[in-house]
Structure formats: C-alpha cells, structure tokens
Design a protein around this ligand. Structure first.
Ligand code: KPL
Length: 297
C-alpha cells in the first residue's frame, strides 16, 4: 500500500518503521521539507530499526492510498487542510491523536476520514524512539465515506498489532478522552507519573463525573463507575509513564488541552452544563502554557 505518514515524532516513527517492515511503500511528511527523515525505533524487546526514510515527495503524496496523521491535535487542521488538495479521491485519512474536535475544523471535503485512539507508548530517548509498551489501536469512521474502509484495520494490524475496527468509533474516542481528561492535566499539575495519581482520588472522581455527564447528554450509554474503573485501569497499566501533557509542559510546548478538557467544556456548554472542576483544570493548564508562550513570543 502507498502511504504517507504526516508527522515524524515518536508515534509517526513507530508507524513508519512498522509499515515499512511490513512491505508498504511509505514516506514521511514533515513541516520543514528535507529529502529524508531518520527513523530510529527500539522495540519493547530491544530490537533496533534504523533507517533514513524518504519524505515530502509530492508524487508519492498524490498517489497515497492512506494519509496517516500522527501530529498533535492542535497541528492537525492546518497541516491536513494544506495537503488535502494534493490527495487523490481514494485516499483515506486516519487521524491518530489525543482529544477530539479536529475533524470539525477540516474544510468540507470528499474524502474518507477515520479517527483512532491508541494505547501504544513511545517516547524520545536521545536520538531514538523507545517503543515502551505495545498497545491497542481502535479505529473507525468519522465521516460517512469512512465507513467503507474497515479493511484498513487488517492492514494496519499486520504492521503494528493490535488494531480493531469499530463501525461506531465515537464511544471508544470518548472513553480515551475521559482518560486523557484525568491523566494528562493532573499529571501536568501535580508533576507526577500516571501511577502517582492514585493519591488524588477525589479529583479523579470529580473529573470523571463531569465527563460522564457530558457523555450521557450526548447520547452515550455510560455509567460513571465504569468510566472511573476504566480510568484507574489505564492509570495502572501506564503507571510508570510521564504523560504527554506533563512532557509538553516540562518542555514548554503547546499542549493538547484545547482538544481534551477544552472539547468536553465546549460540548458541555452546548448543552448548558456547567463543569466547574474541568473548567478550573483547563484554566490552570492554560495559565501554565500562557506563562511560557508569552515569554517566548
Ligand atoms: O494518552 C496518554 C498520554 O500520555 O497522552 C496516556 C494514556 C495518558 C498515557 O500516558
């Protein structure tokens, strides 16, 4: 399959290496064009993949059957909108990022768009990407034309298992969103690992209750206790992780808060819900972000 991977960070390199090793014709796409990008991934078993992969070939992009988007949520709409006119009608776009709401920011288009949520954990260590833990990727359509693309789950599963297809992906996206609403801002505010969050059960419960309220009013069958136990399960399985938001704050990068807690607040506001706990957390993260973004601008 001819594939372009947009974004060559940790998750992008993971997919580039996995798809290449599965025999796909794959290139990367990066913001500042270069003839190639160095892909250097160490598997959970310690096996290294090290190779220069081609990047930013417009002909390859025009013929791609899949555009796999591994950017941060806030980078998605401008980067994907810029590439859309160059894609062929049969190209499927798969968005893999934390949070929700990016698909609503894309211009009206003719393309099949899928979104996914993944639990693979990968992080930069020096020049290498450590694939710290294998995980599960759930994908499914977020535009009507996406519904016909379930076979893609098999293709991706062979490259980087496990991948599961969902005709209705939204419940999985909301469950992951709830996890990110708890773990990401709390680890950034308390400056702790995911596992250390068990010291803050009240905050965890209050965040979950509010997210469950929004989910229920949006029409998802949800019990706040099962959401809470799902969140604790992820806290447990990722206990040693430094969440992506904690890393973003530590490196003074823009965070994904607008698409995580911010998305829940926007949906809640639409239904007239006030969500005081998530509102306060959103403002605390924004304040941290604004502090360093103001200094650097
Ligand atoms: O998605 C994550 C992130 O850090 O962004 C979790 C699931 C919280 C794992 O750290």
């Amino acid at each position: 399959m001819k594939i372009t991977v947009l974004g060559c960070g940790a998750l992008g390199q993971l997919w580039l290496s996995a798809l290449y090793q599965q025999g796909h014709d794959v290139q990367g796409w990066i913001r500042i064009p270069q003839p190639f990008c160095a892909v250097n991934v160490i598997s959970p078993e310690g096996v290294a993949f090290n190779r220069n992969m081609p990047t930013n070939d417009p002909e390859h992009l025009a013929q791609s059957e899949l555009l796999l988007v591994t950017l941060k949520a806030w980078q998605v709409s401008s980067a994907v909108s810029a590439l859309m006119p160059m894609l062929n009608d049969n190209c499927t776009i798969l968005l893999l990022h934390n949070g929700m709401g990016t698909v609503d920011e894309l211009p009206a288009n003719r393309l099949a768009i899928l979104q996914g949520a993944t639990t693979h954990a990968a992080r930069h260590e020096g020049n290498a990407i450590m694939h710290v833990a294998s995980g599960m990727t759930h994908i499914g359509p977020v535009t009507p034309r996406g519904a016909a693309h379930s076979a893609l789950a098999d293709t991706l599963h062979h490259a980087l298992p496990d991948v599961a297809w969902h005709d209705n992906i939204r419940p999985s996206l909301w469950n992951k969103l709830a996890v990110n609403c708890v773990i990401n801002p709390l680890t950034a505010l308390h400056e702790c690992t995911n596992g250390d969050l068990i010291a803050f059960p009240d905050q965890i419960e209050q965040i979950c209750l509010e997210v469950a309220q929004v989910m229920a009013i949006e029409g998802y069958e949800i019990h706040s206790e099962s959401l809470l136990s799902f969140v604790y399960q992820v806290i447990d399985t990722t206990a040693a992780n430094h969440s992506s938001m904690l890393q973003d704050i530590r490196h003074q990068r823009h965070t994904e808060i607008d698409y995580i807690t911010g998305y829940v607040l926007r949906r809640g506001r639409k239904h007239g819900l006030s969500l005081p706990v998530n509102t306060r957390i959103f403002e605390q993260i924004k304040r941290k972000e604004n502090d360093y973004e103001r200094i650097s601008s």
